[in-house]
Design a protein around this ligand. Sequence first.
Ligand SMILES: [Fe+2]
Length: 185
Amino acid sequence: MSRLRIFTEDNPREPLLSTEATFDIEGELQKIGVRFEQWQAGKPVAAGDAPDVILDAYKDDIERIVAEKGFKTVDVVSIAPDNPQREAMRAKFLAEHFHKEDEVRFFVDGSGLFTLHVGERIYEIRCEKGDLIGVPDSTLHWFDMGPEPRFVAIRFFTEPDGWVGHFTDSGLAERFPRYEPGAAG
Ligand SMILES: [Fe+2]
């Protein structure tokens, strides 16, 4: 299940709120300008399908987002638990950073953990299959794909270097929960 937990930045142990209700996740994230949607495929699609098949299955929603936000590039990224680069890939965005454009990701399959730092609050969002998240440009955040990453995601970019992370060295991400799919809680 998708889940949102909200913490204060000085207490990573006890969330102020924890919810798996889509309506509540959307509502809480909307308050901080973060888009959260759940999409249905327009036609049958599986994790191993070619990128163009995957993009075609979500064509209507993709076109809506591209028209609204002006994205220039849409691609599909896949990572499996046996990927030899998984540790390096996981490490890449584990520390607090921001981008100069929105970070918009749709989970075709699998899952991942986005954590956002907004004001004095920490918003931890477990994204699952069918979830779209849109993190606005300049929003501080980190992303954990977990020790055995598994996901297929559609990514949206405005600029060729839109994925480049600008790191804060705050050490904040290191104090909050990492992604451990299957762990209790
Ligand atoms: Fe990022």
